[in-house]
Design a protein around this ligand. Sequence first.
Ligand code: GLU
Length: 487
Amino acid sequence: MCMNENKKVVTRFAPSPTGYMHVGGVRTALFAYAFARKMGGTFILRFEDTDKAREVEGSKEHIIESLKWIGIDWDEGPDIGGPHGPYIQSERLSHYKKYAQMLTDKGLAYADPYTEEEIEKFRKEAEEKKEPFLYRNHRPENPPAWDGSQPLRLKITNIKTSKWYDEVRGDLEAGPEALDDLILIKSDGYPTYNFAHIIDDLEMNVTHIVRADEFISSTPKFLAIYEALGIEAPKFVSLPPVMGADGKKKLGKRDGAKDILDYRNEGYLPEAFFNFLAFIGWNPGGEKEVYTKEEIISLFDIAKIHTGGGKFNEEKLLWFNKEHLKLQSDEAFINEITKRLPTDKQNTETISKIVPIVRDHISKWSDIETMIAAGDLDYYFEAPKISIEGLICPEKLRKGKDVSYNDVKKHLVYIIDTLENIAESDWNSEKIKEMMWEYASTEGRGIVLWAMRFALSGKEKSPDPFVLADILGKQETKNRIHNATLL
Ligand code: GLU
């Protein structure tokens, strides 16, 4: 079963279009993709749509959109074609038919003559005898000629313990009861997954099957098909399951196996999502966790895939997102802020000045909307409405001292005079702080700085007054503080 080691690596992602793209699916795609790219190989997208009853309208488009969003691209696929197309199983029925006929002609596959009721009866009998139900115990002696209306089954001739090697799990084996005369082509003319994926992988020259480990239990059946076809099996790379945040059970819809595009809509960065997914069941080693897609590809190594389940933890995702936001350029921030602001506030000069503030406050782009809705950006664009009460700092900051509006006015006037002495070229938060600090310390930092900050922002919570003054500029700062003395 040893493949030619020099063969060009070919991997594929082969989703069934039965719903939206969830975390487990896209993680499988990412590993298959990263390995192909690392090896300079080919990555194929293929739709496995032979179970027509489970197919969901729009699912193929949704899968394509999700993969593209996260930054996964393919060399061959249903939308771009390629030398081994078509890449949709329902369009490949003649391919499966050809191999099915070949096996039939060799006496390695046969038409199943039983009705569903008869098979159910066999199943019940086995159950009563407390034996596993095996179709091969009921194999007909003289099956009818296969005319396509009956299921076609593989005739397992070599009933034995199956042994194989998995690139992640190592040596695996399963007893003879894992082998049965499985269906290759169903009575509706469609192949089973078991058969179709093997033919496709063969025709598409797939060298490594990267998929979820839930397929391990079916591998003896796959091996029997490879054997009947007289072909080498590709290498098996079985990925550990994606577990919920507690690490105890597989991620289900309720605990976060949601639509990948929901994360896009919530404002996550595709780079962060890529990084986060790569670390579910894999780690290049060492402490570092924040990597770009290119770095992940260059470090990707099947030998470092874990055997145990990897946790899906939204808090960790948010952390990755925050880290990747730090790598985003100021221009990206300006764009994201601008497109969320009302048109009358889309002033690039002001927006560029508040980039550091926004950087400090958000974990994902959509948090900008929260800042806007809370009025936390308004005061950079227009003078706030302020009240006398607002200018007087809360009791705990005054340390019991009584403060009147007249006291506050006195401080504000002093501040204006002090700021006047700062040259435009020196206007920055450190300089402003340095000039104000001694006075504020003597008069009570809570009282003085609160009043200044409130005069500038009209908010109980906002960045400190030095930063605000820096962003607003000397003239606007003086105007706002002056206005606060006229109430
Ligand atoms: N169509 C299978 C699924 O969606 C893919 C399994 C495989 O990669 O072979 O689970």
